[in-house]
Design a protein around this ligand. Structure first.
Ligand code: C5P
Length: 217
């Protein structure tokens, strides 16, 4: 039984990949498993929070007691995030949002053509930046940064540029950590502080992240 540090608080968490349609049967996506976001949801529940989990398509089960909101595309993720964030004490963006989507979604299945096919992609909205820039009822906003190099610099850059309160950075160049893995190692950054969380299960890491968050909201 954990101390109920988040009793009376509402936490909204995004998790998993987004899926960007190309035509009725095809999409662009990524390998995000949702494990980290779901572990954060579980940890927040353990500490007594009310949890909204806005999730892309994943194969894992949502923890009992969360309000699960299923989305597919980044645009749907943005809509739901802007719906729940202003009613939340904290917003954690753990989803691996596709940076681009197809400029046009074909209404019918695309037919094979020549030897080359060019797809035009357009940039997706930055969901967490929209949340962090809410002018009213802005929640404490926590991002993730998965990097393969210069982890500290890129993470601190995102903390600032996206106007976040806290960012959790991980090195995804190690295949046993981060994306799709059961373990993770994070460095947490605030504007004037940082904390190393050495390799541990996503469950243990998530509990520490949520305890750190609980001290600040
Ligand atoms: O810029 P980058 O994608 O590395 O930033 C990662 C952080 O931003 C994560 O918290 C992720 O959930 C969020 N993000 C987002 N919308 C995007 C891209 C990233 O909310 N379009």
């Amino acid at each position: 039984e954990q101390p109920q540090l988040l009793a009376g608080k509402t936490i909204t968490i995004t998790a998993g990949p987004t899926r960007e349609a190309i035509d009725p049967v095809r999409f662009i996506s990524n390998h995000s498993s949702g494990k980290m976001g779901y572990a954060l949801a579980e940890a927040a529940l353990l500490l007594g929070a009310k949890v909204n989990l806005i999730s892309g398509p994943v194969t894992i089960k949502a923890p009992t007691g969360v309000n699960l909101i299923n989305i597919e595309s980044a645009e749907q993720l943005l809509n739901e995030s802007l719906n729940y964030a202003p009613r939340s004490d904290a917003f954690i963006g753990c989803a691996a949002v596709a940076d681009y989507r197809a400029a046009t979604v074909a209404a019918q299945k695309m037919k094979k053509q020549g030897d080359e096919l060019t797809l035009t992609l357009v940039k997706n909205p930055d969901v967490i930046a929209h949340v962090a820039n809410l002018q009213q009822n802005r929640p404490y906003t926590v991002g993730f940064a998965a990097e393969t190099q210069n982890v500290a610099n890129y993470a601190k850059g995102k903390l600032k540029n996206k106007n976040l309160d806290m960012i959790c950075a991980n090195d995804v160049s190690q295949s046993d950590l981060g994306f799709n893995a059961d373990n993770n190692a994070l460095t947490l950054y605030w504007h004037n502080e940082q904390l190393e969380l050495p390799t541990n299960s996503k469950t243990a890491i998530a509990l520490t992240v949520i305890q750190q968050l609980a001290q600040r909201i």
